[in-house]
Design a protein around this ligand. Structure first.
Ligand code: FSO
Ligand code: SF4
Length: 542
C-alpha cells in the first residue's frame, strides 16, 4: 500500500486514504508526515525513559508542537518543509539520546539521510504498523488528540503562555503509543487523560488570548467590502493577526478575516485598527471560489488550506507558522518571533480591492465572560420557559453534502431553542437570521474551535446556577460536527468533563474500530446523526 491515513472525517470511503488524500495530500507528503510523527515518538521515548524534565527541554518542546501541528489535516502540504522538520527533529533527538542508557525503540535510533531513505523508512512505520485494529484505533485516537493539543499549545506559546505539564503529557502519551504491554483498558484510560489535558490546554489558550487581547464581547462584524486593496488572513493564530494589523496600519491596505479567523473581531484589542475591515466569505472549503474573488493576497496562519486550483491564486497565497504549501512563500519569524509581512503588503498594493460577495453583518462574541455578563437574562429565560433547550453545535465544517444536515437542523429547531457554537461549523447556520429570544440571539458564537472551552464553562456555570449535580441534567444537547484532529481533542475534553450522549457527525471517525466505537457508545452514549427531523424529535424528547 502506498500510503494510509484515516485521521480526518473526509477519509476515503470512511475508512482510509490509500492512494492520495481526499484533502489533496500526496503519497510522499503523507509518508513524510508519518515519519515525522515516528521521529517525535522517538523523542518522546527518550524524554520519558531518560526522565528528562519538560521544563528544561527549551526549544525541543516548541519543535515538537510544530512537528505535530504540521501533520494536522490541511495544515502543511509542503514535502520540503516536512523533510526539513524531520531533519531538525532527528538532530534534536540524537542530542537528547546521549543522556539515556538502555534499549530504545527503533524510532529513537533510526537514521535516514536522504528523501529516498525517509520515504523508504516511512512505509512500514505508519498507522498500519500496529496490527491489532483496536489497539491501533486507541493509539491513533490518542495521537490525534495530542495533535490537536499541540496546535492549541502552539498558539498559547506564541502568546508567551506555556505549561510544562502539558508538554510532559504529550511525551508520555506518545511514548505510550509505542508500548505493546498496555491493555485496551489502559489505553482507554489514557484516552480520557488526553481529554483532561485537552481541557488544560484550552484553558491555557483562553487565558493567553484574553489576557493579551481582552475578553471577547458582543460584536457586529461586517461581511461586505470596502474599496481599498486588502489582505485576507485565515487560520487561527491571533499573534500573526496582531502583527499583520500593526504592519498594515496607515498603509491604505485593509485586513479581512476568513474562516476561523472571524472571531478575532470579537476581541477588544483588535478594534482599534481602522483597517480591520470585516470578515470575507465563509468556512475553509469555500476558499476555492472566495480566494478568486478576493483578488488580494492571503495569509494562512494554520489550517485549513485547500490546494489552489490556479497558478494565479497560488502566487497570492503566503503561509507562516506550521502551515505550508509548495510554491507559496513561507514567512519565518526572526529570533524574537517577529514576522516581516512587508512583501504581502507590497503585493496587496498592486492588486484590486476585493469583489463584493455578501453585504450586511453578523453578530458574535459570546465567549464565557460575555455570556456570564448576560447570565441573569439567560437564567430568567430558562426559568420562564422562553428558552427550552440549548444545542451545542460546535466543531468543524467540511465539504461533504451530508453536512447540509446542520443547516436544516438549525432551521428546523423549535423557536424556543438556542444554538451555542464555536469553530467553523457555525458557517452552516450563522447567516440564517434565526432571530432572538428576548434579545438573546438564537445563535451564540463563542469563537474558534478552541473556544469550545467557553461553551463547557458556560455549561458548568449553568449547572452551578441551577444547583444540579450532573452536567447531563441541564437542558443542553450536544450535536457536534467534526473534521480534523483539533475536533478530536475538543471531543475528548468534553468526555473528560463528563458530557454524555454527544451526537457526532456527519459520520463517525474512520479510525474507530467497531470495538472502540462500541465502548464510546456504551460508556459515553456517543451517537451518530440521523435526519434533521428525527434528531430534533429525539433531542426535544418527543
Ligand atoms: Fe475548522 Fe479547519 Fe478550527 Fe479545524 S478551519 S476545521 S477543527 O482547522 O480547527 O474549526
Ligand atoms: Fe485522507 Fe483526511 Fe488523511 Fe487527508 S487528512 S489523507 S483526507 S484521512
Amino acid at each position: 500500500m502506498s500510503m494510509f491515513c484515516y485521521q480526518c472525517q473526509e477519509t476515503a470511503g470512511g475508512t482510509g486514504c490509500k492512494i492520495r488524500g481526499v484533502c489533496g495530500k500526496t503519497e510522499d507528503v503523507a509518508k513524510l508526515q508519518d515519519l515525522l510523527i515516528y521521529t517525535v515518538k522517538g523523542v518522546s521515548e527518550i524524554v520519558v525513559k531518560g526522565k528528562l524534565s519538560a521544563e528544561k527541554l527549551g526549544a525541543v518542546n516548541g519543535e515538537v508542537l510544530s512537528s505535530l501541528f504540521m501533520t494536522i489535516t490541511n495544515a502543511n502540504f509542503d514535502g520540503d518543509a516536512i523533510e526539513a522538520q524531520i531533519r531538525k527533529m532527528l538532530a534534536l533527538r540524537d542530542g537528547l539520546r546521549a543522556t539515556v542508557t538502555g534499549e530504545l525503540h527503533d524510532c529513537a535510533t533510526f537514521t535516514a539521510g536522504t528523501r529516498e531513505a525517509m520515504l523508504e523508512k516511512a512505509s512500514p512505520v505508519g498507522v498500519l504498523a500496529t496490527e491489532n485494529e483496536d489497539v491501533r484505533s486507541l493509539r491513533e485516537m490518542i495521537t490525534y488528540g495530542v495533535k490537536g493539543m499541540a496546535a492549541y499549545a502552539e498558539h498559547a506559546k506564541n502568546l508567551g503562555k506555556e505549561d510544562p505539564a502539558i508538554y510532559a503529557f504529550i511525551y508520555t502519551a506518545l511514548d505510550s503509543t509505542l508500548n505493546d504491554s498496555l491493555t485496551a483498558d489502559e489505553l482507554v484510560a489514557l484516552t480520557l487523560k488526553t481529554g483532561e489535558y485537552g481541557v488544560k490546554v484550552m484553558a491555557l489558550l483562553d487565558e493567553a488570548n484574553t489576557s493579551r487581547f481582552g475578553n471577547p464581547e458582543i460584536t457586529e462584524v461586517s461581511i461586505g467590502v470596502r474599496k481599498n486593496p486588502a489582505i485576507l488572513i485565515s487560520g487561527h493564530d491571533l499573534t500573526d493577526l496582531e502583527q499583520l494589523l500593526e504592519q498594515t496600519k496607515g498603509t491604505g491596505v485593509d485586513v479581512y478575516t476568513h474562516g476561523e479567523m472571524l472571531p478575532a473581531h470579537y476581541y477588544p484589542a483588535f478594534k482599534k485598527y481602522d483597517n480591520f475591515a470585516g470578515n470575507y466569505g465563509n468556512s475553509w472549503w469555500k476558499q476555492v471560489g472566495e480566494f478568486e474573488s478576493f483578488r488580494g493576497p492571503i495569509l494562512f496562519t494554520t489550517n485549513c488550506i485547500v490546494p489552489p486550483k490556479s497558478e494565479e491564486v497560488r502566487t497570492r497565497i503566503f503561509t507562516t507558522g506550521s502551515a505550508g504549501f509548495p510554491g507559496c512563500t513561507h514567512i519565518m519569524p526572526d529570533e524574537n518571533g517577529k514576522k516581516d509581512f512587508s512583501q504581502i503588503i507590497a503585493l496587496a498594493k498592486t492588486l484590486p480591492a476585493p469583489e463584493e460577495i455578501e453585504t450586511g453583518s453578523i453578530v458574535g462574541g459570546f465567549a464565557h465572560n460575555q455570556v456570564f455578563a448576560l447570565a441573569d437574562k439567560v437564567v430568567e429565560a430558562v426559568k420562564s420557559g422562553a428558552i427550552r433547550k440549548f444545542f451545542v453545535m460546535a466543531g468543524c465544517d467540511g465539504r461533504m453534502k451530508s453536512r447540509e444536515y446542520y443547516t436544516e437542523f438549525a432551521e428546523k429547531l423549535p423557536k424556543d431553542t438556542v444554538i451555542l457554537t464555536a469553530g467553523c461549523a457555525k458557517y452552516r447556520y450563522n447567516k440564517l437570521n434565526l432571530g432572538d429570544i428576548g434579545g438573546i440571539p438564537r445563535v451564540l458564537d463563542a469563537g474558534q474551535c478552541n473556544d469550545s472551552y467557553s461553551l463547557a464553562l458556560i455549561a458548568l456555570k449553568l449547572k452551578e446556577v441551577f444547583g444540579l449535580d450532573d452536567i447531563n441534567k441541564l437542558p443542553i444537547a450536544f450535536n457536534i460536527g467534526w473534521y480534523e484532529q483539533k475536533a478530536v481533542i475538543v471531543l475528548l475534553a468534553l468526555l473528560y468533563l463528563g458530557v454524555k450522549n454527544i451526537h457526532l457527525g456527519p459520520t463517525l471517525p474512520g479510525f474507530l474500530s467497531p470495538n472502540v466505537a462500541k465502548v464510546l457508545v456504551e460508556t459515553f452514549g456517543i451517537a451518530g446523526i440521523g435526519t434533521a427531523d428525527e434528531d430534533i424529535k429525539l433531542f426535544m424528547g418527543k
